[in-house]
Design a binder for this molecule. Structure first.
Ligand code: SF4
Length: 288
């Protein structure tokens, strides 16, 4: 286990994790809301360091990134854990439904070993994805720094729920981002996802300000986040930062705790039209 970054020691050996806006106060022997950061005797440790549960090679378009080295194959890495609890999570088996003993069964793959895989196989791109990479911050940043030394480009696919200071530490090591903006309604973030929207908006702003490549994904769910006015506001927010931001409007399928119909094609087309009022690069995804 590796000691975590970004925490404060509080009274009675409790620690406060300040990596993400949840700011969990964690008692001795417990983990924070993401399930992968544990207080042991007043020190915070990351359980996910060098413990990936998914390593695959994907087309870069699957992240999705359409305007960053199209056609590239990308080594994609994820661990357990997430700092949101979206009731419609498309990857709930690794983000939500795991237990601490599961970590002991995972084969260790260090950042150095990831670099060796890239060298041996000739991979030029690495993605931190599948679950929320912020929760394995230390593993991600060590991998990204090593990749940079050999000219390998890195990508973070994230919900954007990371505090400003760690984001600014990370951002210079990462070449491109896909950020989920799940709704423009703060109540949706709170009630359906267990998070808050402002940090994700701040993350998007900082990525744009730093001139990094950014694509945004909006997962459209009929009856849940299909308010046209709110979506119009979301697009206006992105356009106010940069009209060239790429927006993916993705079709949702029922998963985890929510039962709903797969997003109808007419609704996706309708939202595409709304997005075109403010943005130039819009793609409808998850459809054949
Ligand atoms: S990263 Fe995890 S432990 Fe830290 S504040 Fe967020 S949810 Fe809590």
């Amino acid at each position: 286990m590796r000691e975590a970054s970004y925490y404060i020691l509080e009274k009675d050996k409790k620690v406060r994790c300040v990596l993400c806006p949840k700011q969990c106060l964690i008692s001795e022997g417990k983990t924070g809301g993401c399930g992968v950061r544990e207080n042991s005797e007043g020190k915070l440790y990351t359980l996910a360091y060098s413990k990936p549960v998914a390593i695959h090679v994907d087309p870069i378009e699957k992240k999705p990134l359409y305007h960053f080295h199209p056609g590239a194959q990308i080594l994609s890495i994820g661990t357990y854990g997430c700092n949101l609890s979206c009731k419609f999570c498309q990857n709930f088996d690794i983000s939500q439904e795991f237990e601490k003993p599961d970590f002991d069964r995972i084969t260790e793959v260090t950042p150095e070993e990831i670099l060796k895989i890239c060298r041996d196989k000739g991979y030029k791109f690495v993605a931190f994805t599948y679950n929320e990479p912020s929760v394995f911050f230390e593993y991600m940043i060590d991998m990204a720094k090593l990749c940079k030394t050999e000219g390998i480009k890195t990508v973070m696919v994230s919900n954007g729920q990371i505090n400003e200071e760690p984001l600014r530490e990370l951002i210079d090591c990462i070449d491109a981002f896909n950020i989920d903006l799940k709704s423009y309604n703060p109540e949706f973030y709170k009630k359906i996802c267990g998070g808050e929207i402002e940090t994700t908006k701040q993350t998007i702003k900082i990525i744009v300000e730093k001139g990094k490549h950014l694509e945004v994904t909006f997962l459209l769910i009929e009856g849940l986040n299909d308010n046209e006015q709110e979506f119009h506001e979301l697009c206006r927010f992105l356009a106010s930062l940069d009209k060239e931001i790429v927006l993916h409007i993705s079709r949702a399928f029922p998963r985890y705790e929510m039962d709903f119909n797969p997003t109808p094609l007419w609704l996706l087309k309708n939202f595409e039209k709304i997005a075109k009022l403010n943005l130039k690069k819009i793609y409808v995804g998850n459809v054949h």
